[in-house]
Design a protein around this ligand. Structure first.
Ligand code: HEM
Length: 569
């Protein structure tokens, strides 16, 4: 009997072991979500990945493949998530594994934007950056910036009075001035400021290379070693040009402010308060070990440069949408005037104290973010462990290229972006070696959650109770992303938007431009591709500008705008 047991025991173990080896594990038997077959360099039949207006392509693919689309490029999977629910389930609820970022060879190694913590992988180095940032921008501290935001909004009103045709420039100056003053304590000039110009130039580069896969080097990292003179290495030449700008963005303001600060500290003086002075002061006071001090200084430098880079053009895009939406919807303007005139006394401009009594203005701000979200393709989320969802497996794989070429450029030919703007939410994920990364999120016009989605309708948010009951028209916070990478500058952004919207509407009327025969010109609704998608009032190669007309509302408001010269806070 004992002999039999001795014989059977290893046999049973061997059978169990063999079964364990051959038994397909759950992750192995689950299918991947449906998606198109991708052709790379036309080597085999299939669709091509989009290079521009990626969200439009995903809109087309959604009709064929459904809510979650799985794409495999050279064994590198990408997941496109088309509903808020899935985005929430993955990026919010499973944020512990969905919060890293993909490596961007073009942006980091070639262009030198590795200091931006927006693109850092989710590790302790990143966390130190985000913690420092949040310390200065969380909900309960941003009130301290409201007086400077108000001051810059009023400067905008004044600049607009002098140069109404330079609307975009004046708005850009405003959004840049807010972050520059908060970060560095720099007061930018009313017009033509060098820091604003630098931000402009450097940020254009980030926007261009911000979408993973726009450049081949993102797929084949070894290409970064190709010399810039090499035939076909245009990306390298472009990249090096941006590299100079990124270095200036990181160092120029920081170095000049630090120099002044060092002098002030030595003299026991008092520096202009800013994020940078607060952090450097505490660094000097604590006097940590030399290596720690250098590390802390690097983090401070990265954080202020990131704020400068992430905080300016996003808010600018939202404010350009505001002007465009008002020009297209005069009824919204009339309604806003009625609210403003009821609440704000005639002898002063709107201020943050009026906010609770001006809910319609707040609704306009939210509607701008829903109607045309500034960030269509957010920096990707990178999954650090393989996952399963909705009966699908989200597999491990090699680090993936995202977009190599653009079959759907065909779709774009002869059509304005606005005409084929998507109407759903996107989150694209890409897998890397044993990982998965998320590429983008597009947020805006879910038919289910936002009835009549293409209508610019601030009223949709007004009846909060009824909206809650029907599960519709929630404030589109998803314009700021998901999970642990959600935009930490959103409270500041909403404040800047609010004060600019309130004071501009109070003082000006925005109408359709008139042609030489006095006929109204229908404004174009055309947005740029790139990381930050924006309408424009300036002639550029990126998007056709929209035309507008801005006039003072009345003599009283004109005088109020003039009075801001005297330093109204
Ligand atoms: C209307 C204006 C803005 C919009 C629509 C916006 C939107 C976004 C989005 C979609 C993301 C990516 C979130 C994700 O990966 O899931 C993001 C990230 C970020 N935003 Fe904003 N943003 C705005 C303004 C600002 C401002 C004013 C600041 C700075 C003061 C800022 C700082 C950042 C930073 C630092 C990140 C990176 C967060 C991280 O990777 O941990 N943003 N933003």
């Amino acid at each position: 009997m004992l002999d039999l047991q001795i014989f059977l025991a290893p046999l049973v173990l061997a059978i169990l072991f063999a079964a364990w080896l051959v038994w397909p594990r759950t992750t192995r038997i689950l299918p991947t979500p449906p998606g198109p077959r991708i052709s790379v360099f036309g080597l085999w039949k299939g669709l091509k990945m989009p290079k521009t207006f990626q969200w439009l392509t995903y809109t087309q693919w959604r009709k064929i493949y459904g809510d979650i689309i799985f794409i495999n490029v050279l064994r590198n999977p990408i997941l496109v998530i088309n509903t808020v629910q899935v985005a929430r389930d993955l990026l919010d609820k499973r944020s512990a594994v969905y919060s890293s970022r993909p490596v961007r060879v073009m942006q980091k190694d070639v262009m030198g934007f590795d200091f931006l913590f927006t693109g850092m992988k989710y590790d302790s180095w990143y966390k130190q950056h985000r913690t420092m940032f949040q310390h200065h921008f969380q909900h309960n501290v941003i009130q301290k910036y409201q007086s400077l935001q108000q001051r810059h909004a009023y400067t905008f009103l004044r600049n607009l009075a002098h140069t109404p045709d330079a609307l975009e420039h004046n708005l850009r100056r405003t959004t840049a001035a807010v972050v520059l003053e908060i970060c560095y304590g720099i007061h930018v000039a009313d017009a033509g400021d060098e820091y604003v110009a630098l931000a402009d130039q450097a940020l254009a580069g980030i926007s261009e290379a911000g979408n993973f896969g726009t450049f081949c080097v993102d797929y084949f990292p070894l290409l970064k070693y190709v010399p810039s003179w090499f035939p076909g290495a245009k990306f390298k030449r472009e990249g090096l040009k941006w590299r100079k700008l990124s270095s200036r963005l990181l160092n120029y303001a920081f170095d000049s402010v630090k120099q002044k600060l060092t002098f002030i500290f030595q003299e026991d003086g008092c520096a202009e308060p800013s994020l940078m002075t607060t952090e450097l002061e505490s660094l000097f006071r604590e006097a940590p070990k030399k290596s720690r001090a250098a590390e802390r200084e690097t983090i401070i430098k990265d954080v202020v440069a990131t704020t400068y880079a992430a905080g300016s053009d996003t808010t600018l895009s939202a404010l350009l949408t505001f002007v465009l939406a008002i020009v297209l919807n005069p009824d919204v303007q009339t309604k806003a005037w009625a609210e403003l005139d009821r609440v704000v006394p005639k002898d002063r401009l709107p201020c943050f104290m009026d906010r609770d009594q001006l809910p319609y203005i707040t609704c306009i701000a939210w509607e701008c973010l829903r109607w045309r979200p500034p960030v269509n393709i957010a920096p990707g989320h990178y999954l650090t462990e393989a996952d399963e969802y909705g009966g699908y497996r989200i597999p491990k794989g090699e680090y993936a290229p995202h977009s190599l070429n653009a079959e759907f450029d065909q779709l774009m030919k002869g059509r304005h972006a606005s005409q084929i703007c998507g109407a759903y939410y996107y989150v694209v994920l890409q897998s890397g070696s044993n990982k998965l990364l998320g590429q983008c999120c597009r947020i805006q016009r879910d038919l289910q959650h936002y009835p009549n989605p293409s209508k610019f309708d601030p009223d949709r948010y007004v009846d909060v109770e009824s909206n809650r009951r029907q599960n519709i028209n929630s404030n589109p916070e998803i314009a700021f992303g998901f999970g642990r990478r959600m935009c930490p500058g959103r409270f500041l952004a909403l404040d800047t938007m609010w004060i600019v919207i309130a004071s501009t509407l109070y003082c000006y009327r925005m109408d359709k431009a008139l042609d030489s025969r006095g006929q109204e010109i229908e404004p174009r609704v055309e947005y740029t591709t790139g990381l930050i998608s924006s309408a424009s009032t300036e002639e550029t190669s990126l998007a056709k500008p929209f035309k507008y007309r801005i006039l003072s509302r009345c003599r009283e408001t004109e005088l109020l705008v003039e009075s801001t010269m005297n330093g109204v806070e």
